[in-house]
Ligand binder design. Structure first.
Ligand code: HEM
Length: 429
């Protein structure tokens, strides 16, 4: 029997539900699922009411079905109002199809594999600056590394001082005290605090926009070839859509790319710091086929997904897990629930070997799914295959303290203390 209206869910006030989710997202989601079933409603301050879905049949409708009935861009902008509406992450319908078509060729695996050695060089340069012999949090350092890879290898800004300037302003735009994702969320409609944060974000973004515009002009002056890299491709497209749209696209891409991959790489290194036998196997296979490296990457993405959800906003009424949801409903496919984390014993433990022996877990969708699936999946794998062994060959990482709780920051699932480790030098630089 199909029930109309919102499915049941916890009755605590929205601020309490939001705080619980942020402090202990896995526990909160699993508890609600046990109590209310595969489809339930959360009421969260700022985000509003959202229907959380983990029912397997619903995934096919929401993720694999027609993207016109479940808009991803509108849903993501509700969670993150700073997202440019014309970007691949923030757009829907024709604007989304155009943005995605522009980016797909330059983010294809074959295209990116050529950059592996350069990505490893960036990693070496960054690891050389990590502190030795005392505990530190991986996340800020790995985030800076992921941003450097993006600016130098994906945007192909090769001049050192220009790349460093761009990295600096992007870091400030995304992680200044007032706009750190998940801590403060700038929102022009979010009351006085939201508006204040919004104006800070706009001011910080203006600096990023200026540098990106300069890069576009430089690329234009060099008559860059479309398809060679993202900037060159967008310069070409800029003739049709204008620089404003191109800069929006780039800012959307920076937001989509840097935090998820920074968090993903952090978890990979954090997991490996606690599993030295896997590290030995990764180091042994260097220069050969990197089967264990790939297995460790997939295992981390499954057991510690970097992003909590694939969000959609319904444009028409849709039946989801026995509930008929009205148009306009915000729906969240909860990735940790789909991965069965916490609900099955041992589901969170780190067993990369299973990807090599055909025992891989059931459904794994760290990158979401369907026509709105992550555009950076290939880059993430190529980058992780280059960065992880490079870091492990340079430094011996040991976990500092007990395993860290998973916390929610924005839509990222982070180690609550940033993944604390102690590094010691392994090889001379
Ligand atoms: C560990 C790394 C990453 C994870 C876990 C991740 C995860 C995700 C997820 C869950 C989505 C939403 C998918 C959906 O709604 O079905 C997404 C979308 C997206 N991601 Fe990623 N992402 C990662 C890295 C990247 C990188 C490096 C880039 C850029 C090069 C990127 C660009 C995008 C874009 C553009 C979208 C929107 C795609 C669309 O709507 O067509 N991501 N990502």
């Amino acid at each position: 029997m199909t029930r109309r209206g919102l499915p049941p869910g916890p009755s605590a006030p929205p601020i309490v539900q939001a705080l619980r989710l942020s402090r202990d997202p896995l526990g909160t989601l699993v508890e609600a699922r046990e109590r209310y079933g595969d489809v339930f409603t959360l009421r969260l301050s700022r985000v509003g009411t959202a229907v959380v879905v983990a029912a397997p049949d619903a995934l096919d409708v929401l993720l694999q079905g027609d993207p016109q009935i479940a808009h991803a861009g509108a849903a993501r902008r509700r969670l993150l109002p700073v997202l440019p509406p014309g970007s691949a992450l923030g757009a829907d319908a024709a604007a989304h199809r155009a943005a995605r078509a522009r980016l797909l060729p330059v983010l294809a695996q074959s295209h990116l594999e050529a950059s592996s050695a350069d990505i490893a060089d960036v990693a070496r340069e960054h690891v050389a600056r990590w502190p030795l012999g005392r505990p530190f949090a991986l996340l800020p350092r790995v985030r800076a590394l992921a941003l450097a890879v993006f600016v130098r290898e994906v945007l192909a800004v090769r001049e050192r001082h220009r790349a460093a300037a761009l990295e600096r302003v992007v870091l400030r735009m995304m992680w200044s005290p007032l706009v750190a994702p998940g801590v403060w969320v700038p929102d022009p409609h979010g009351g006085p605090i939201g508006r204040l944060e919004w104006s800070v974000f706009r001011a910080l973004r203006r600096r990023v926009d200026r540098l990106l515009r300069e890069e576009l002009q430089r690329r234009r002056a060099r008559s860059a070839v479309a398809g060679a890299d993202i900037l060159a491709t967008l310069v070409d497209a800029g003739g049709e859509v204008g620089d404003e749209v191109v800069v929006d696209e780039l800012v959307g891409l920076l937001i989509a790319a840097v935090e998820p991959i920074g968090v993903g790489l952090t978890w990979m290194l954090e997991r490996l710091a606690r599993h030295p036998a896997v590290v030995d196997r990764i180091l042994d296979e260097r220069g050969g086929e990197d089967r264990m490296t790939r297995a460790a990457i997939l295992e981390t993405l499954h057991t510690r997904p970097a992003i909590v959800d694939a969000a959609r906003e319904l444009t028409t009424s849709v039946e989801v897990g026995g509930h008929e949801l009205a148009p306009g409903t915000s729906v969240i496919v909860a990735i940790p629930l789909v991965h069965g984390l916490l609900s099955t014993p041992g589901a969170q433990s780190f067993r990369p070997q299973r990807w090599l022996t055909g025992e891989a877990p059931g459904r794994s969708l760290p990158f979401g799914g369907g026509e709105r699936a992550c555009l950076g999946a290939a880059l993430t794998i190529v980058e992780a295959r280059a960065v992880v062994p490079t870091v492990l060959a340079r430094v011996l990482l040991a976990a500092a303290g007990a395993p860290e709780r998973v916390a929610l920051r924005g839509t990222a699932l982070v180690p609550h203390r940033g993944g604390r480790v102690v590094a010691t030098q392994r090889a001379a630089p």
